[in-house]
Design a protein around this ligand. Structure first.
Ligand code: PFF
Ligand code: NA
Length: 470
């Protein structure tokens, strides 16, 4: 059964454009903001190794599965799943993967946009010279002041959502292709400059030993779950973002090779960001467990004290913002693609409506840093004995709840289902047509998505949630 469906939303002009777009989705706040701060909170080394292990053993095979489903389905995830289930004579229940992905997209983008707003704010701060000669307590105070002002946060969150909306409204290809090919390399260059700065003026030895010397005593079930969840988050896996980009992938492109490039770029950026940030953290009076403010406290302190720091700071936060926007686009795209297919309304109208809903949820996320800091929406569940396994959620504010339920629950669950559907429900001829790799590689991939990845993710989930202790 040869599949020659075409995507109604257009196609990438080459494999390279797809790699850039998918890398644009993958590389984002997850690498530069989230990875360093959670690695810091969970004690470094052991956490980082588990994370890397999950990228290779779980992330890469599932990314191949997700792109395969996308390219074969050629539509938004919901409709791709529906079509594939039909083609292969499988239950329509598998479209749940697409539906879950839509929900996950709403939830992720609403807090992602708030943090994207922080990075936009820091572009302005840098331009105004706000870091100049600052020490760690000055930059901590600057971050604190931003967090304490709901209106300022709202303004930046609004600007971030507006930018993402504007690009998605124009259509991903037209909106994205040109911008990406020079901005991604530039981000790379800036990170390398920062690592160079860390090498000369920071404490790189301490950074390397913190990130790569494993202390197994730090490995709780929760840490493993967070590391695995982050492997999904950072690779944009488990919710259909990479699937929808795969839908626009030319037929002749190699899914295996593109996956390796995307995962490689993403991992490299995370490691560079970690080294840059921790080498500064360990040369100053900053705790690696500083939390979500880590990036925004550590790097401005460095910029404030390096030659040309105002310029570098400006360019760096501009690039972080661009990386965040390109990820934001990929979170919004599956939702918009589906709504366009379903409603027949125009892209701009659909994108506007969806963005408005996400923007509204985002307000709850940004209030979690000030007015609603102590407000735990699921607090009432603490008294329900039969829901004891939801206990970790009962103390979280809206921001943490959005981040937690998506990263530690919905993305891994989506990943399991994607792996199982691709591995067990697509026929071998269909799979081979999409994945014309060597027989050995194909078999290894099949074992990974059929058995290894689903079981590993399930164990980590159950263990991390405390439902079963291994
Ligand atoms: N991978 C992005 C990052 O690391 O910042 C975040 C992300 C994008 C998550 C797209 C999920 C997604 F579907
Ligand atoms: Na990432």
């Amino acid at each position: 059964m040869i599949s020659d469906r075409e995507s109604p939303h257009g196609q990438w002009s080459t494999s390279l454009v797809f790699v850039l777009a998918a890398a644009g989705s993958a590389v984002g706040l997850g690498n530069i903001w989230k990875f360093p701060y959670i690695a810091g909170e969970y004690g470094g080394g052991a956490f980082v190794l588990v994370y890397l292990f999950c990228i290779v053993m779980i992330g890469i095979p599932i990314m191949v599965a997700e792109i395969t489903l996308g390219r074969r389905g050629r539509q938004s995830p919901v409709n791709s799943l529906r079509t594939l289930a039909q083609d292969e004579g499988r239950s329509q229940a598998w479209t749940i993967i697409g539906w879950m992905g839509l929900l996950t997209g709403f939830l992720i983008l609403s807090f992602y946009s708030v943090v994207g707003g922080w990075s936009l704010a820091y572009v302005l701060y840098a331009a105004l010279g706000a870091f100049s000669e600052a020490d760690a307590s000055d930059t901590a105070a600057l971050f604190e002041a931003l967090q304490e002002s709901p209106w300022t946060l709202l303004a930046w969150h609004t600007l971030f959502m507006a930018i993402v909306f504007a690009i998605v409204a124009r259509g991903v290809r037209r909106g994205l292709e040109r911008a990406l090919d020079f901005l991604m390399p530039l981000l790379f260059l800036l990170l390398i400059i920062l690592v160079g700065y860390g090498l000369v003026s920071g404490n790189m030895a301490a950074a390397v030993s913190f990130m790569f010397r494993p202390d197994v005593s730090m490995l709780t079930g929760e840490a493993i779950l967070v590391a695995m969840g982050h492997a999904f988050f950072t690779l944009s896996l488990g919710m259909g973002a990479i699937m929808v980009y795969g839908a626009y992938l030319p037929k002749r492109s190699s899914i295996g090779k593109t996956t390796l490039s995307i995962a490689g770029i993403d991992t490299l950026v995370a490691m560079l960001a970690g080294l840059a940030i921790f080498s500064i953290v360990f040369s100053l009076d900053i705790s690696p467990a500083e939390g979500p403010g880590l990036l925004f406290v550590a790097l401005p302190t460095a910029f404030g004290n390096m030659p040309g720091g105002t310029f570098f700071g400006f360019v760096f936060f501009a690039l972080v913002s661009v990386a965040a926007v390109t990820s934001g686009i990929s979170i919004l795209e599956p939702v918009v693609a589906y709504a366009v297919e379903k409603s027949g309304w125009t892209r701009p109208v659909v994108a506007a409506l969806v963005s408005l809903v996400i923007w509204t949820i985002g307000i709850g996320a940004l209030l979690s840093f000030n007015l609603w800091e102590g407000f735990a929406p699921l607090g009432f569940l603490a008294d329900v004995p039969r829901l004891w396994f939801l206990e970790p959620l009962t103390g979280l504010n809206i921001f943490d709840l959005l981040s937690w339920t998506t990263g530690q629950l919905l993305l891994p669950l989506g990943g399991i289902l994607i792996a199982l559907f691709a591995g067990w429900k697509l026929s071998q001829p269909s799979l081979r047509e999409e994945l014309p790799m060597s027989e050995d590689l194909f078999t290894a991939w099949l074992v990974a998505v059929r058995v290894v990845a689903p079981i590993a993710v399930l164990i980590v989930l159950l263990n991390g949630l405390g439902i079963l202790r291994f």
